[in-house]
Design a protein around this ligand. Structure first.
Ligand SMILES: [Zn+2]
Ligand SMILES: [Zn+2]
Length: 274
């Protein structure tokens, strides 16, 4: 039981940092923080991400491409263009690794404005680090008296938490659920109570208002990550004063998004390079 609790707590912590740091901060710049706070957040994202930490730059470029090309053939991970979640994730992994290892040069408008920490993002990021963290998790399982089935079924999930969160959000968030906004893509709000991915499954709201730190639009759509961010904002640890506000859709019917207000790469907050 203690091992299952460890798994669940680590799941939530890891999805929180991935959403808060890599997604909302690095890719979108939905809020601001000081340099020292940024370092602490970067370290925590690396440490909590552990065996499946995703490099902020590669994540940000990949994600900005996703917003710009959402559900078109150029989208790095659209369920519309892949027969199943495994094929979609394989393509995502290939593009991510090409970006991480510098094998491809992304379009300039998708690059830049991302914190970089070569020690964590390059030196301590690879199979050696993955193995060390995985051995650490196995050690904690042993200390907590895990049963054999936990090593067989839980530990592999535990080691791959980052890509698993990605697979759930990118696949189901564009496949299953309801829509508040008639965006051009197939984004959906999958769960009214997103207990799996800290608010990331409000994809339809997020694609409509990409710069809003709050992914919930309706009163009952609670975004857990944003609730933590509100607390950090009240404590002056982060600054959300200049952020875009999520707006409620018109009563009863989905809002029709006009061409000029549709989410574009400008919505990531990064100006196209000259
Ligand atoms: Zn999406
Ligand atoms: Zn996004």
């Amino acid at each position: 039981m203690a091992t299952v609790i460890f798994f669940l707590v680590h799941w939530q912590a890891s999805v929180f940092f991935q959403s808060f740091f890599q997604h909302r901060y690095c890719a979108h710049r939905q809020f601001a923080m000081g340099k020292r706070t940024e370092k602490v957040a970067h370290f925590l994202a690396w440490f909590v991400g552990g065996s499946s930490y995703l490099t902020p730059r590669a994540y940000a470029v990949l994600h900005r491409m996703h917003h710009a090309y959402s559900d078109t053939p150029k989208d790095p991970h659209s369920p519309v263009h892949h027969p199943n979640v495994f094929k979609m994730m394989w393509r995502t992994k290939t593009i991510y690794q090409d970006l991480r290892l510098g094998r491809v040069v992304p379009e300039a408008r998708f690059d830049g404005e991302v914190p970089s920490w070569p020690l964590l993002d390059q030196k301590l990021n690879g199979w050696g680090t993955t193995f060390t963290f995985a051995a650490g998790y196995a050690g904690i399982y042993a200390l907590l008296g895990a049963s054999w089935w936990m090593y067989v079924f839980l530990l592999p999930l535990h080691i791959g938490l980052g890509p698993i969160h990605g697979a759930i959000v990118n696949y189901f968030g564009h496949k299953l659920g309801y829509r508040n906004f008639e965006t051009k893509d197939s984004s959906r709000n999958t769960l009214v109570f997103d207990v799996l991915t800290m608010g990331e499954l409000f994809q339809n709201n997020h694609h409509r208002f990409g710069q809003s730190p709050n992914f919930g639009a309706r009163a009952y759509e609670i975004d857990p990550c944003y609730q933590v961010m509100r607390l950090l904002g009240a404590m002056k640890i982060i600054d959300m004063s200049g952020s875009q506000k999520m707006k409620l859709p018109a009563k009863g019917k989905p809002e029709v998004v006009e061409e000029e207000s549709a989410p574009s790469i400008a919505a990531t907050g990064v100006e196209p390079a000259e």
